[in-house]
Ligand binder design. Structure first.
Ligand SMILES: [Zn+2]
Length: 198
């Protein structure tokens, strides 16, 4: 089990530090990480490995600061980026999550994006700001006029829509087009989950 998944260690009803060396006959109970998990020291932001592209886009859709490596840069480089940018590393790779350089990390249990998203939201309860980030590059969106994004619009889009946003980093244009209802449903479920009391 990676250390990222270990909450309190309890010996004979008393909590001990992670460095505790069990004595003979002693039994150690490993509690899961407390939820919501607080990651001290920096605003909550994430780094996802190459296998979690869908989860990365969904977190960005919700306005959560999410870096994502679309190529396999290797465990040392990922761990170094997590440390340098103070990002919580999300991965299904237990070896990666054992690396000491990580700022923080969490094991993603499910292979299904819906369950992955629910688990990450439930675990960290990040502040949600839907529709404020570019799902392609994690850049921040700003409002844009039709003229500003005209070169990216197909003819039908130009006629049908009036509200646009544009990524301040990569320039990509956004509007309520095809798939919007599906995205809206993802946002609604996430907002509902994060506003549940626990
Ligand atoms: Zn962008």
């Amino acid at each position: 089990m990676p250390l990222t998944e270990v909450g309190a260690l309890v010996v004979d009803g008393r909590e001990v530090p992670v460095s505790h060396v069990p004595a003979a006959g002693e039994s150690v109970t490993v509690r899961p990480v407390a939820r919501p998990q607080k990651v001290p020291g920096a605003p909550l932001r994430f780094l996802l490995d190459v296998h979690l592209g869908t989860l990365a886009r969904r977190l960005r859709l919700l306005g959560v600061d999410t870096a994502y490596e679309s190529t396999d840069i290797g465990d040392p480089a990922l761990a170094a980026r997590s440390a340098a940018e103070q990002r919580v590393m999300l991965s299904r790779d237990r070896g990666l999550l054992r690396r000491r350089e990580l700022w923080a990390g969490a094991f993603v249990y499910s292979t299904r994006p819906e369950e992955q998203l629910r688990d990450v939201l439930d675990r960290f309860r990040p502040e949600l700001r839907p529709w404020t980030r570019c799902t392609a590059c994690n850049g921040v969106l700003r409002k844009a006029t039709k003229e500003e994004v005209a070169d990216q619009l197909k003819h039908g889009t130009h006629a049908t829509y009036d509200v646009f946003a544009q990524c301040t980093a990569c320039g990509r244009a956004y509007w309520r087009g095809a798939h919007h209802e599906q995205l809206e449903a993802i946002v609604e479920r996430a907002v509902a989950l994060c506003s549940e009391r626990r």
